[in-house]
Structures are given as C-alpha cells and as structure tokens.
Design a protein around this ligand. Structure first.
Ligand code: URA
Length: 434
C-alpha cells in the first residue's frame, strides 16, 4: 500500500477500506508518513467526507494507535464528558470536580485549542507545574487517588489524535463531522470511561453552524460509542455567543474558580449543571434531572466541588498557591475597556469573532507547536439581550502587544450587532439526545 494512492482515492471520492485507513493512521503515528501527506488526506476527507463505516474505522484505528485503558480495577464506573469545541467553554474545569464530588470518578483525555475554539489543556497549563502529559500508569494512579484526571494525547494515549489534531488546527481541516467524531470518540474509547456526556455546540462560535449538522455529529458519536458498549448522551448547546464572560486561558480558569466558589456567571453555571446532570443520569446516580441538579448544587454550596478541584490540580502537579489566589495567575501588561459605540440592546455577539480575536491576541496557535500566551483574552461585560448606554464598557481586552490590542478593538466592535427593541437571550440548550 502507498499513502499517495490512498490520498488519490479519497480525492476522487471513493470510500476507503478499514485496512487503508489503518495503514495511514498507524504509518503517520509511527512517523513513516510525513505531515504533508497527512495534511493532504485530511483536506481530501474534509472536502469529500467519509461514510459511517469509514468514520467508525477511523475512530477505532486512532483509539488503537496507543494503549486502550481498562479502568475497572479503579472503579466500577468512570464517567467522562467532551465538548465539540466552543468559545469561553471552560465547562470541564467545573463539571469534573462537581461530578467527582458527587461520587463518580472522572477520567478524561482532553485537547488543546483548535482553530478559534479554546482547549481545556491550555487553560489548565496556565497553572505553573500542571502536568497534562501523564503515562497510562500515572493516569490510573491519579484517577484512583484524586477521583479526577485530565490529560492530553501522548505517545501512549491516542498518539494518532495528538498528531492529527495539531495538524488539523493549522490546516483549516477542523470542522468536518467525521474528523471531529473520530477525534473525540477515539479519546473516549482509549481512556476507558463507561459513560460519556457529549456537549455538542451549535452556532456561530461552533464547528457546526446549523441544528441539522449538530444533530448529525451527535448521532455519529452516539452510534460509535454505543457500538463499543458505552452509555452516551448528547446535549446540543448554543454557541452563538461565548459561554460565560471570560475568553482566554488564564481568564477562563479564574472564571471557573469563581464558579466553584459560587460566584460565576449564571449561564455558565447552568450549562455546567446540565452537562454534569447528564453524567449523573447516565451513571444512574440520580433518578431525574431535577434531583441530579439538587445533588450538584449541594456539592457546590458545601465547597466539596472546590476541594475536589484543588485535590485534582495538586494531584497533577499544579501549584496550589495559584488557584488559592488566582491573582497570581499570568497577567497582561495592557488592560483596556471597549466603550459601546451607541445605546441600545445587544442583538448579537459573534462568538467566532471573539474566539478568533482571543487567538490573535496570542491565546491560540497559527503554526504547529507555537507557544501561546496564557494571560491574554477578553472579559465580556455585555451579552445578547443586555441594554447598554453609549460609552459604557462592552468588554475588557487583556493584551500584551499594542498592535494586537488595536486590531482586537476593531474586531470586537464588529462582533456586536444592535437593536433598539428588547432582544430575547438565546436558549442555553436546544435539545438533549439520550
Ligand atoms: N474536540 C476534539 O477533541 N476534537 C475535535 O475535532 C473537536 C473538538
């Protein structure tokens, strides 16, 4: 078999066999197939698509590129969640401790920023010392000792996704249903969780822009998970405007910490309660969504979720001082309010434009392996439905470079649209598929 023939076959719109997919995935993982051929195949898949069988074959091949973990010696039931990618989406940082405090271990392979969307690992790595690269043995030990572990793809764990993910990030090949479904589900399958809540984002700041696309992505992932004996539910959640108020790695971490202390933004907390609630329901830990919510609120109010968060961060090497006092986290040199250009109701706040601006400020990568600036980002003061007087701050920009700050100002003004009439706030959740 030759990589070039497989690329040509997909370019010409023919389905690939399981053997061809596996040849490519394992060859690329071992370094025998170069980045430029993998990037070509990704683009061919992006443009021509994959059918259900090819998507399932790709998922299994990626999951098998490293070790497949068996978590049964640690706990009878381990749960996980995964978002398809959004802006201001720091959900894992709150959901994992909430659910773990309620008695369910959470074991998770996460990702870094992808395109305009932020990544959980980049947020966690704002904490000095935090180790996302654990061996499978360390993964199991941390899960057993702390009840939570969140790692990245390594040479041991889904290395194929680690390499493909980094390549997709910088080759404009992210927003394809088969590539997203296989990337997410390969991680879920390799990390061994029994029950998985999928947070499928839809809207301007998501990879899926329409409800139909989001539902198709949800079904693709549910089918793969169920075929492999996992319990899976999908929450189709709105991503037209950023979630919560903070966008940017350390800023989002601070917002998650505030939420765990009971003073985070309401929309973000509600979203976390929905996703965490689905995890309790999948694990049969609550009879219905209302009781799941009450259990979770109890974990929050009693600060047990916060203590879990602290144990987890310390368990993965993070310096406790930085989460006890988040003012120690990376800070920028330039902080500036953006005044409203007019009075009126905010009618739209384009999450994609906000996410791209956070990346431009230095919070995302333009090339593979780029380092990122954890401190930069945006804190929103006004969101859809809010009334604003001309000159009032719409948001605060956190930057480390004058030129980027000027460009951010321009782009962020363009992210807002206006109405003279009151505007309804968008729903947080469109649908839950179980
Ligand atoms: N999250 C992932 O892990 N992979 C994707 O492709 C998108 C979101």
């Amino acid at each position: 078999m030759r990589a070039v023939d497989i690329i040509a076959k997909k370019r010409d719109d023919y389905p690939l066999t399981a053997e061809e997919i596996d040849f490519f995935v394992q060859g690329f993982t071992r370094g025998e197939i170069p980045d430029y051929q993998a990037a070509s195949l990704l683009m061919a898949i992006y443009l021509k698509g994959m059918n259900e069988q090819e998507t399932a074959d790709l998922t299994i091949s990626m999951a098998r590129s490293g070790k497949m973990m068996d978590l049964s010696p640690i706990a009878p039931l381990v749960v996980d969640k995964h978002s398809t990618g959004g802006v201001g989406d720091k959900t894992t940082l709150v959901v994992a401790p909430l659910v773990s405090a309620a008695g369910l271990p959470v074991g998770k392979i996460s990702g870094r920023g992808l395109g305009f969307s932020g990544g959980t690992l980049d947020k966690l790595e704002s904490i000095p010392g935090f180790q996302a690269n654990l061996s499978t043995e360390e993964f199991m030990a941390t899960l057993r000792d702390c009840g939570i572990v969140v790692v990245g793809q390594t040479a041991d764990m889904v290395p194929a996704d680690g390499k493909l993910y980094a390549l997709r990030d910088v080759t404009a090949t992210v927003s394809n249903i088969s590539l997203i479904a296989s990337s997410i589900m390969s991680k879920k399958i390799a990390s061994g969780a029994n029950a998985i809540a999928l947070d499928v984002k839809v809207g301007l700041g998501a990879f899926m822009h329409t409800g139909e696309e989001a539902i198709a992505l949800a079904h693709a992932m549910i089918n793969i998970g169920q075929a492999l004996g996992r319990r899976v539910a999908a929450v189709i959640s709105d991503m037209n405007q950023p979630l919560g108020r903070a966008v940017g790695n350390a800023l989002e971490l601070k917002e998650a910490i505030a939420t765990l202390h009971g003073h985070g933004p309401t929309d973000f907390l509600e979203h976390c309660l929905t996703i965490a609630g689905q995890m309790l329901l999948l694990a049969n830990r609550a009879p219905d969504a209302q009781q799941a919510r009450e259990m979770l609120l109890h974990e929050l109010d009693s600060e047990r979720a916060w203590h879990k968060f602290r144990d987890w961060i310390v368990g993965q090497g993070g310096d406790e001082a930085y989460i006890n006092d988040p003012t120690l986290l990376p800070q920028v040199t330039l902080i500036e309010n953006l005044p409203a250009p007019r009075s009126g109701y905010v009618a739209g706040l384009d999450a994609m434009k906000v996410g791209l601006t956070a990346a431009l400020l230095g919070g995302g990568r333009a090339r593979k392996g780029d380092s990122i600036d954890h401190a930069v980002g945006i804190v929103l003061a006004k969101k859809i439905g809010d009334y604003v007087k001309k000159g009032e701050p719409l948001l605060t920009i956190h930057a480390n470079d004058e030129q980027k700050l000027a460009e951010a100002r321009r782009r962020l003004l363009d992210a807002y649209s206006w109405s003279d009439e009151p505007v309804e706030r968008p729903p947080l959740v469109h649908e839950i598929i179980t």
